[in-house]
Design a binder for this molecule. Structure first.
Ligand code: VG1
Ligand code: CO
Length: 541
């Protein structure tokens, strides 16, 4: 094999967002686009000579082609070893685990998560550190800086690697190790959870349905839920990963996992339902006739995690992203453990987990995880729920009723306005930011503003500061709204409006009804309808 140095020049806009670089697939397929970014990763982290990397992705269109390029570029820059999932498949949490158990120096994960896949849809790439977690902002900034000065990239010429056969072989100057994507992840799950208790629950006639949404968790869920835990064959639906996720949005929420919701609300539906996203790091939990919001799920897991063997000694602390509801804060307070609020995106949890300050983390966007890896983990959340249900011998609805009775209910919803013109979205946020100083004490609809801020976070471990992370407005009486622009989209801007209202006693309301005063207040403060011309959100979760 020969190494070639190819002259190139900076390509504008290669700035990683909430979770790596995400663009339309065709953008990534332009000559040099992926190569420029990959070389900038190598340059941004100080080179990869002699290092070991994990590489894999969610199997979406362009996954394997991108991996072949990355392997050739890793070899050309002198990597010692690259560990790849068979056929290029690795879920995001499994990649995080592999980095950790194999002692790798880092990893490259190919995914656009819950965004659709295909030649006209989305693709993404991100770098994870030796702790298995997404690169922190200092590193993504260095990678972005490298994209702005790049002059050449190095690549090996010659044939592609065979990723279909498990085993170890030379690839250029480096060693290529192709592994079963599921085995080490499944072994980790067996260590954390009481598989016997879950097996007994499933044997008792308990019915489970897991919707893999044609995405990466299919093979993981079949192995763990059906083969190891004895769920009836066929309990995992849409289990074969497809490059375009069967033409759907692999986003586990009531809108995009509607089939599962319909099944769970049918009179003779299953007892427990769950779904995961494109790259396997998100989860949706739904009981018979009982959808659990991600924020409530985090609170329930925080209150009950000690029922699973991996968490039997209790939690050191919990962390949530700032827009996630305060339901988990109430659990932390009652149990006397610290609770941290971080900016949106899993990279901000890494230091807290590494330092042993938090054991459990979560986001309102259906992401929950713990210190077992450094990514959120969809199947892990499903297994922790099943472990808790098996021990408590209660239905999901009973668990929720008991939880609210103890802690009160935090009504919560997120309203997304998608593909707004970027200028309109920026103006809306700028106007709102400009008004914050005068808001406290002011009426908004039928509510009164108590405090208003542009959220800024100082990492308690390394002191790094992330500012302008979203506008947070609290109202007298305990309601709250957060507004921020998405950092994962590939078209225009997406405005996310996060709404919550605490109710200590009345648990049976429809969430949109319970939140009506907050919705009215935010309209008065931000003028979303007037500025965007939209009569309502595109997606309500
Ligand atoms: C969204 C979610 C955020 C999540 C991120 C990555 O970001 O809001 O909570 O961490 O996606 O999720 P944004 O900037 O669009 O709001 V995924 O499953 O990449 O891995
Ligand atoms: Co994801």
């Amino acid at each position: 094999t020969t190494q070639t140095r190819i002259a190139t020049q900076p390509i504008p806009g290669q700035k990683p967002g909430t979770s790596g670089l995400r663009k339309k697939t065709r953008v990534f397929m332009q000559p040099g686009y992926l190569e420029n970014f990959v070389q900038s990763i190598w340059d941004g982290i100080g080179g990869i000579a002699g290092k070991t990397l994990v590489v894999g992705g969610d199997g979406r269109f362009f996954n394997e082609a991108a991996i072949q390029t990355i392997l050739k570029m890793a070899a050309a820059s002198g990597a010692a070893r690259v560990i790849v999932g068979q056929n290029g498949f690795l879920s995001t949490p499994a990649a995080s685990n592999l980095i950790r158990v194999r002692g790798a120096d880092g990893g490259v994960i190919l995914s656009a998560s819950h965004n659709p896949g295909g030649p006209d849809e989305d693709f993404g790439i991100k770098y994870n550190m030796s702790n298995g977690g997404p690169a922190p902002e200092g590193v993504t900034d260095a990678i972005f800086a490298a994209t702005e000065t790049i002059a050449h990239y190095d690549i090996q010429e010659g044939p592609d690697a065979d990723l279909s056969v498990i085993g170890e072989r030379p690839f250029g100057v480096m060693t290529l190790t192709v592994v079963d994507p599921v085995a080490e992840y499944a072994a980790l799950m067996e260590k954390l959870f009481d598989f016997k208790a879950i097996r007994d629950l499933l044997k008792s006639g308990y019915q489970l349905r897991f919707d893999a949404m044609h995405a990466i968790t299919g093979p993981y869920a079949v192995e763990i839920l059906e083969r190891r835990l004895g769920a009836a064959p066929g309990s995992v639906v849409n289990a074969v990963p497809s490059p375009d996720f069967g033409g759907g949005h692999p986003d586990p929420n009531p809108v995009w996992a509607k089939d599962l919701m319909d099944a769970m609300y049918a009179p003779d539906g299953p007892d427990f339902g769950a779904a995961s996203d494109g790259d396997g790091d998100r989860n949706m939990i739904v009981g018979k006739g009982c959808y659990v919001t991600p924020s409530d799920s985090l609170a329930v897991l925080a209150a009950n995690a000690q029922l699973a063997p991996g968490y039997a000694s209790g939690l050191k602390g919990v962390a949530r992203s700032m827009p996630t509801s305060c339901a988990v804060d109430r659990v932390a307070e009652a149990r006397g453990m610290p609770c941290y609020a971080t900016p949106t995106g899993w990279k901000f949890f890494g230091n807290l987990l590494d330092a042993g300050m938090a054991t459990l983390c979560g986001e309102e966007s259906a992401g929950t995880g713990s210190d077992h890896v450094r990514e959120k983990d969809g199947l892990w959340a499903v297994l922790l729920w099943l472990n808790i249900l098996a021990v408590k011998k209660q239905s999901v609805a009973e668990v929720m009723a008991e939880h609210w009775a103890e802690f009160g209910r935090t009504y919560y919803s997120r309203h997304d306005y998608e593909a707004i013109e970027t200028g309109v979205a920026n103006d809306l946020m700028a106007a709102l930011r400009g008004s914050l100083g005068g808001l406290p004490g002011q009426a908004a609809g039928d509510l009164v503003v108590e405090s208003a801020e542009d959220f800024s976070y100082t990492d308690p471990v390394d002191g790094s500061v992330a500012s302008r992370q979203g506008v947070q407005i609290r109202f007298e009486g305990g309601a709250r709204v957060v507004l921020r622009l998405s950092g994962t989209g590939t078209e225009g801007a997406t405005l996310r409006v996060y709404l919550e209202r605490f109710d200590p006693a009345d648990f049976g309301q429809d969430p949109q009804g319970a939140l009506a005063p907050v919705i009215k207040a935010v309209e008065a403060l931000a003028g979303i309808a007037a500025r965007t011309g939209r009569s309502g959100p595109d997606v309500i979760t």
